[in-house]
Write a protein that binds this ligand. Structure first.
Ligand SMILES: Cc1ncc(COP(=O)(O)O)c(C=O)c1O
Length: 443
């Protein structure tokens, strides 16, 4: 007899109760595929219900595919596993895996003061009045004013608030630009920022490979060139002044836009941050900034400065698509900027990175060659690919994630490891370096 029990006090119809319990028996493995179900007449008699109750349940389970009717031989179990379980299967307790400690290029240091600062920011958000309709698609005016002031002071980019746009981060800024650019190829540095490559691809355009360390002398047929001049991602180089001028002249000739991804330029500890490329030619360069490095990637906030000739189309697109970051997060960033927290955290993070970078360099330089200067929160090392793969596997087995340089390359034939040092604690970094050095030493 089937182990089911129907309850007449239950408000659910008896047929539904029976269907639910049979379904659960299949899921638990107590009924297995190719088990024969009792005849409806006999099951009805066993349960003390009318045959129509059983037929109603079977019809439901036949329709859902849990049972099947076989010509002339009754009803059989069709779903579930083959082979009956000895007892109903216990639900397995999910195994909670320890997350990997990220030694990647993108995870920044977390300021210990952040909780108190956030509490203040959210308290202000909680007493502010949200806009009744869709907010200004360009971003909160007070936030744009604070960003404009900071861009002038820290990036040499003299711009008024009217020209700053608040975005959902670098990726969103690029998407908005692509929406208003001609449908032509976009050149992206190779190796280069993988999210930009994916975003260009998703816009239906071809990605052209721009050798990351060579002067850009040809952009014919391109709508744009995507570059990271302050800190080439991931090789680390600052684009030399001569190459900057060549890039701008090439872009003018091809009537292509230069998209400047200025993701972590403030984190230099050897020299002062290099002024933004956009400060050399506001008509040719669209500037993309982000809160992901100086504050937190989970904020999903960034800012763009777009050449005037694209601004109307850019605003119209954002207004049409309602594609602006949430008001509350923008309002919180107002507090952080206004109270000087962003400046303070950049200063502190710079000190942390300045102390960590030489530890990483000292540990790894006996085994691998640096691909370029170390700045920001990561370093890139050249190694044969097979070795890099083995070192990465050893790191992963010990609970640390480092990235393969090959994953940033398209036609470029470079290999090695990208090792970040923003995300781990000091102790974690120490252990991670021991693991990396151990793995490199064994090769
Ligand atoms: C090269 C580069 N640009 C930009 C970003 C930040 O992107 P977003 O503002 O979308 O978080 C990152 C983050 O890792 C990056 O590596």
């Amino acid at each position: 007899m089937l182990p089911v029990r129907l309850d007449r006090a239950d408000p659910r119809p008896l047929g539904s109760q029976l269907a639910d319990q049979v379904r659960q028996l299949v899921l638990d493995g107590a009924l297995a595929r190719d088990d024969r179900m009792p005849a409806s007449r006999r099951l009805a008699a066993d349960l003390g219900v009318s045959r129509s109750v059983v037929e109603q349940a079977f019809d439901q389970l036949l329709a859902e595919g849990w049972l099947e009717a076989r010509q002339g031989s009754g009803t059989w179990v069709a779903g579930g596993t083959s082979g009956r379980a000895a007892a109903p299967r216990r639900r397995r307790t999910p195994v909670v895996e320890r997350p990997l400690v990220m030694l990647d290029a993108g995870t920044p240091w977390l300021d210990p003061r952040h909780q108190a600062v956030w509490r203040r920011a959210w308290r202000e958000v909680s007493v502010a009045t949200p806009p009744r309709g869709y907010d200004d698609p360009r971003g909160l005016p007070e936030l744009r004013a604070l960003l404009a002031e900071r861009l002038g002071r820290t990036r040499g980019l003299a711009v008024d608030a009217e020209r700053v746009r608040v975005t959902g981060g670098t990726g969103a800024g690029l998407r908005h630009l692509l929406a208003v650019l001609p449908r032509a190829d976009v050149a992206v540095e190779d190796p280069g920022y993988r999210a930009a490559v994916a975003t260009v691809g998703e816009s239906g355009r071809e990605v052209r490979d721009l050798p990351a360390l060579a002067p850009v002398t040809d952009l014919a047929g391109c709508a744009a060139a995507y570059v990271t001049p302050a800190h080439q991602h991931p090789l680390g180089r600052v684009m030399p002044a001569g190459d900057r001028l060549t890039l701008l002249a090439t872009a003018r000739r091809a009537d292509a836009l230069v998209v400047e991804d200025d993701y972590d330029s403030e984190f230099r500890y050897d020299v002062a941050p290099v002024p933004a490329l956009a400060s050399l030619d506001r008509d040719r360069v669209a500037y993309l900034g982000t809160a992901s490095k100086a504050i937190l990637p989970s904020l999903r906030l960034g800012w763009s400065v777009v050449p005037d000739r694209l601004l109307d189309a850019y605003d119209a697109h954002r207004s049409l698509t309602h594609d602006a970051p949430p008001w509350a997060v923008q309002r919180a960033l107002v507090t952080l900027l206004r109270d000087g927290y962003v400046d303070a955290v950049v200063r502190s993070a710079r000190r942390v990175y300045a102390e960590r970078a030489p530890r990483v360099v000292d540990a790894l330089s006996p085994y691998a060659e640096l691909a370029g200067p170390v700045a920001g929160m990561y370093s890139t090392w050249l190694l044969p690919h097979a070795r890099a793969v083995r070192v990465r596997a050893a790191a992963e087995a010990a609970g640390f994630r480092v990235n393969l340089l090959r994953d940033y390359c398209r036609s470029a034939r470079l290999s090695g490891l990208v090792v970040g040092f923003g995300g781990p604690t000091d102790d974690e970094l120490e252990r991670a370096l021991d693991v990396l050095v151990g793995a490199l030493g064994r090769l």
